[in-house]
Ligand binder design. Structure first.
Ligand SMILES: N[C@@H](CCC(=O)N[C@@H](CS)C(=O)NCC(=O)O)C(=O)O
Length: 216
């Protein structure tokens, strides 16, 4: 039995999507970012930092989305270059690049959405992280100019990074990155992605299409 611990719209979507791409049977337990349950002893026993995703699989629990992606692709022998393959390092780079980008997004989510009162928010940090997000997107835009997916063929690295892009466009203009926008649309059109959205539920994090930088 595989059980995914999931919050709609969070990084656990990466694993949900990957499980669908792999054709695995699994169940989902939904948690909330806001009701304190991720800090409960029950959840901390699954994921010590109190973060989703956590995956019960093969008789153990794994946390960290990148570790789960590497484990599932290794044990299932699909959707990643194997050890020793010429593009194995490329795969690992993009898996971890996705998390670098997700951490910038997380900072922007905190600054634009979660931090209360509004006076606690920092326009300087918002601008800094928006610039840092732009840097990651320029790299992605250049890389994808030559390929449909990060490694040419679709891989679990696309589940890791593809999940980020819809959120990225809440903070940087979609029009500035047409290649990445087309990549995002290709990802969202995949049958496994659509099944994952239906099973996992939609995000309630964003209430605006775009979050402008404050003037100050
Ligand atoms: N590096 C971790 C990050 C996991 C993470 O930060 N998840 C967020 C949701 S996207 C979370 O659970 N946040 C709960 C909290 O910060 O209290 C991974 O990739 O799994």
């Amino acid at each position: 039995m595989i059980r995914l611990h999931h919050v709609p719209g969070s990084r656990s979507f990466r694993v949900l999507w990957l499980l669908e791409e792999l054709g695995e049977e699994f169940e989902i337990r939904i948690w909330s970012l806001t009701d304190g349950s991720l800090r409960s002893p029950e959840f901390r026993a699954l994921s010590p930092a109190g973060r989703v995703p956590a995956l019960e699989v093969d008789g153990r629990v794994i946390f960290e989305s990148g570790a789960i992606a590497e484990y599932l692709t290794e044990t299932r022998g699909r959707l990643a270059p194997g050890r020793g393959a010429a593009d194995r390092a490329d795969f690992l780079e993009w898996v971890h690049f996705a998390e670098t980008q997700a951490n910038i997004l997380q900072n922007l989510n905190i600054q634009h959405i979660f931090l209360r009162p509004q006076s606690a928010r920092s326009p300087v940090l918002m601008k800094l992280d928006t610039k840092r997000l732009d840097v990651t997107m320029r790299a992605l835009e250049a890389h994808l100019a030559d390929c449909e997916w990060l490694l040419g063929d679709f891989s679990a690295a696309d589940c890791m990074l593809g999940f980020n892009i819809e959120a990225v466009f809440r903070f940087v203009r979609r029009e500035a990155y047409p290649v990445a926008a087309a990549y995002c649309a290709r990802a969202e059109a995949r049958p496994a992605y659509r099944r994952a959205v239906l099973k996992g539920g939609r995000s309630t994090i964003y209430t605006q299409d775009f979050y402008e930088l404050p003037d100050a």
